[in-house]
Design a protein around this ligand. Structure first.
Ligand code: NAD
Ligand code: MG
Length: 350
């Protein structure tokens, strides 16, 4: 197992060798400025700033100012959007997450592993010693490349499997390819999602309704079903649900329903497979600063104040969820199954 110094050294090496864009972001004065110093409440972003980051994973800080607070610069992308084009850039734990050997030798497949919450989990899994395969849409290749480089910088296997999970055939191939490349499967994270805000049910087309359910619900079913024959006792499935399953926003009628489906899928499957030694849990995040939101997930007018309404007064950064996915995947959570973990800055359920 690698020591912390080895890990730090490999990260330093990574920062030296990584793609110019990410390296620039990691070393830019704006990033450094916001490194150990909390962003002032309500501070203006300025161009291309990082969201801020903790000095270390374990340093004590005020969580309300640990990361950027609204207002954020107005911004829009076409879906699915790129983390690399967000302002400020989200923090996925690239420079802060430190592993301690919790997942040594495990093999993990994550959908939506290129950006946002899935990227944070992918980085954390690799730093904990897992080999990691990520799925994403082909247009997200620039984000995915950065994640694969980060995984490989840990000396772990990083496997990129682009493709559209709205197709059952692709979902089966995704699992088969991941199992072949990784040499098995221990951890499955159903994390990809589509979210397109519509103010009225009259604007919600059958095509959108169908596409949202295909991405968020059918794909979870297809991928999980294909993965089951490969999972052995000690394996873990983690589904990314949402606070929307409990406290839906008016503009997210279709999306909120899919996230509620995921809660019951999780609880139902957990009961079905507990006697096989396979655990199934879900995470229900509140507002997190990811490409999903400025690429149609929120009405554009909501982006500048995103997360402001929470008791924390800011959105979460994906890095703030990495450790939770690690816990649910690890043997430390051996008695945890059929549970939904909220992470929504003080509001919502569960
Ligand atoms: P994100 O945009 O970084 O990740 C979503 C990913 O879904 C994309 O990266 C993309 O790769 C994938 N995806 C979408 N359509 C796909 C398709 N047809 N085929 C293959 N992949 C597809 O955003 P995120 O916020 O990190 O989203 C991750 C999960 O978190 C989602 O399940 C989302 O519902 C959930 N979530 C997010 C928030 C939030 O505020 N960001 C809140 C609650 C729940
Ligand atoms: Mg993405």
């Amino acid at each position: 197992m690698k020591t912390e110094d080895d890990a730090m050294a490999s990260r330093r090496q990574f920062v030296g060798g990584v793609t110019a864009g990410l390296a620039a972001a990691l070393t830019s004065p704006a990033f450094a400025q916001q490194g150990a110093t909390p962003a002032a409440p309500g501070a203006s972003a300025g161009p291309r700033r990082h969201a801020g980051r903790p000095a270390t994973q374990s340093s004590k800080q005020d969580p309300t100012t640990q990361y950027r607070r609204p207002p954020f610069p107005p911004q829009q992308q076409d879906p699915p959007g790129l983390a690399g084009k967000m302002d400020p850039r989200p923090d996925h734990g690239e420079t802060s997450y430190r592993g301690s050997g919790k997942l040594v030798g495990r093999k993990a497949l994550l959908t939506g592993g290129d950006s946002g919450i899935g990227r944070a989990a992918a980085i954390a899994f690799a730093r904990e010693g897992a080999d990691v395969a990520i799925n994403y849409l082909p247009v997200e290749e620039p984000d995915a490349r950065e994640v694969i480089e980060l995984i490989r910088a840990e000396g772990r296997k990083g496997v990129a499997i682009p493709g559209d999970i709205r197709e059952e055939r692709f979902c089966k191939k995704l699992v088969a390819d991941a199992v072949r490349e990784l040499g098995g499967l221990d951890i499955l994270v159903n994390n990809a999602a589509a979210q397109a805000a519509q103010h009225s049910i009259l604007d919600l087309t059958t095509e959108q309704f169908d596409s949202t359910f295909k991405t968020n619900v059918y794909a979870m079913f297809w991928i999980t079903k294909a993965a089951m024959p490969h999972l052995e006792p000690g394996a873990a499935i983690i589904n990314t649900s949402s606070v929307q399953a409990y406290d839906p926003s008016p503009a997210l009628l279709d999306y909120a329903q899919t996230k509620a489906c995921m809660v019951i899928f999780t609880k139902s499957l957990a009961k079905q497979v507990a006697n096989q030694g396979i655990r199934v849990n879900a995470v229900a995040p509140g507002p997190f600063w990811t490409p999903l939101q400025p690429s149609g997930g929120q009405p554009p007018e909501n982006i500048t104040t995103f997360g402001e309404h929470t008791p924390m007064g800011r959105p979460g950064q994906p890095a703030e969820l990495g450790a939770l996915y690690v816990y649910l995947a690890s043997q430390e959570a051996s008695y945890v199954t059929g549970q939904v973990y909220g992470a929504s800055g003080g509001e919502g359920n569960p």
